[in-house]
Design a protein. Structure first.
Length: 470
């Protein structure tokens, strides 16, 4: 009788191959997602760091330094004009000796700014040529200015226009300053400012893209971790997997923290650039132009043959600082009185101060500081009107007294208010840069540590299940 062989038991190998394979595949997906999240977050944080570095440490300070150099150059020329106008008198304004001291102080500031600009321009041929041209022109200007002051001292003339020889040399010096050195200094500021603007735009965009990438990848990683936990729970009838649960929490916390960090980083970079750097640069430029205007007032009295030219230049510069319609100084004075009286209820003016008024609408401290600036500017223009009335009435000595007295004090009050406003914006800039740098502290080890911990937890979570199939 033929014996019947027992039926073979169903092979379980396919199941064993399928389940471990699925576990390994899902674990690999989770590990890959964690790696992508780590890379995306690392890249985005690097963009925050690069943006803060360029704006706060490299090109940003260079732009501010060149703006300060513009002011120092214009003030040097203004002080030379004051020295020549005062002549041998000792009781006008702060005196000739003080003007000479300020000239020397500004000369030293220009020298330091040029050295800084030279160091920072080493990698840019265009900027390097501009700095070299400034150095050469600055040396030539000093020779002319000091020759004019020497001739002026030898002439020992009373307050007022000096001898023709002095005026001739000074014309050459001031033309060199106004037509060559100041435009070059401004171009240097623009070149550096372009670097800051481009860097800001690139890094700001990259940070926001990075924030989206980190958020999407983080959600994807969480989804992958949830899927593998659901699969393991159903297959092995275990409610939770502690290691994978901790990995999920780690990834979730890391995702939220990274997204918040990048959002704050982008906002901090925006504030540093728009509320700090831009305003510091604009108000520094307004201050430098204002100082040039103050020098033009001295030149107006110093060189009668060019008085009309200096008056027109003064009006043109005034319109840059605060624009209000008017083709003459008389109309401009009236316009300034009108718009300053209406502010902050309405903004009826343009120019540097008009742009500033628009940008500080929702910032009370800066807005109050701008009110003081505008009031000071109004008084400065009122004193200018008085000086010109005296000059046009052939009261030269009184006009010079006004220029060196009330007008000089009015300008100093306006300039001090402007410096206070610049300091406020500078404080905003410094604060945002410091906050940005501080927020990045610890992420160099926190990010890789969290990613590594998540990866290890994933491996620990699937290892016991895989061991059941060995």
């Amino acid at each position: 009788m033929q014996s019947l062989a027992p039926a073979p038991r169903p092979a379980r190998a396919p199941r064993r191959r399928t389940v471990p394979g699925r576990i390994r595949t899902q674990a690999a997906v989770c590990l890959f997602a964690v790696a992508v999240m780590f890379g995306g977050t690392f890249w985005a944080i690097g963009n925050v760091r690069d943006g803060l570095s360029v704006i706060g440490e490299d090109a940003g300070p260079q732009v501010v330094a060149t703006a300060d150099m513009y002011f120092a150059l214009s003030d040097m020329d203004a002080q030379v004009a004051n020295v020549l106008l005062i002549g041998r008198e000792t009781g006008l304004g702060t005196g000739k000796d003080k003007a000479v001291q300020r000239y020397e102080q500004r000369r030293a500031e220009v020298g330091k700014a040029l050295l800084l600009a030279s160091d920072l321009a080493m990698g840019d041929p265009t900027e390097k040529r501009t700095v070299e041209a400034l150095l050469n022109g600055f040396g030539r200007y000093q020779q002319l200015a000091e020759r004019a002051m020497l001739l002026n001292q030898q002439a020992a003339h009373p307050a007022g226009p000096p001898p023709a020889q002095v005026i001739s040399v000074y014309r050459e010096a001031t033309d060199l300053m106004r037509l060559d050195l100041l435009p070059k200094a401004y171009n240097l500021t623009l070149e550096s400012g372009t670097i800051v603007r481009q860097t800001y735009e690139e890094e700001y965009l990259a940070i926001n893209i990075g924030r989206i990438v980190v958020g999407v990848v983080g959600l994807g990683t969480l989804a992958a971790l949830v899927v593998i936990q659901v699969f393991l729970a159903r297959r092995f009838r275990r409610v939770t997997n502690p290691a994978l649960l901790v990995a999920t929490v780690t990834v979730g916390v890391l995702t939220v923290a990274a997204v918040l960090l990048l959002g704050n980083g982008a906002e901090g970079l925006r504030k540093a650039k728009e509320e700090g750097f831009n305003s510091v640069l604009a108000m520094s430029r307004a201050r430098a132009i204002g100082n040039t205007m103050h020098g033009d007032q001295s030149r107006y009295l110093l060189d009668p043959e060019r008085a009309d030219t200096y008056e027109q230049v003064y009006l043109d510069n005034s319109q840059k600082v605060l624009f209000t319609p008017g083709g003459s100084l008389d109309k401009y004075y009236v316009g300034v009185d009108k718009v300053v009286a209406a502010y902050p209820g309405s903004i009826g003016f343009l120019g540097f101060h008009g742009d500033e008024a628009g940008s500080v609408m929702n910032r009370p401290d800066e807005k109050a500081a701008l009110v003081r600036v505008l009031k000071g500017y109004q008084r400065f223009q009122q004193a200018d009107r008085q000086m010109r009335l005296l000059a046009n009435a052939q009261k030269g000595a009184e006009a010079i007294g006004e220029r060196m007295g009330d007008l000089s004090r009015g300008f100093q009050a306006y300039d001090n208010a402007l410096v206070d406003l610049i300091k406020l914006h500078g404080g905003t800039f410094d604060e945002e840069i410091k906050k940005g740098d501080a927020s990045l502290g610890g992420w160099d080890w926190l990010l890789p540590g969290a990613a590594l911990a998540a990866a290890v937890l994933i491996l620990l979570g699937v290892r016991p299940r895989l061991s059941e199939y060995r």
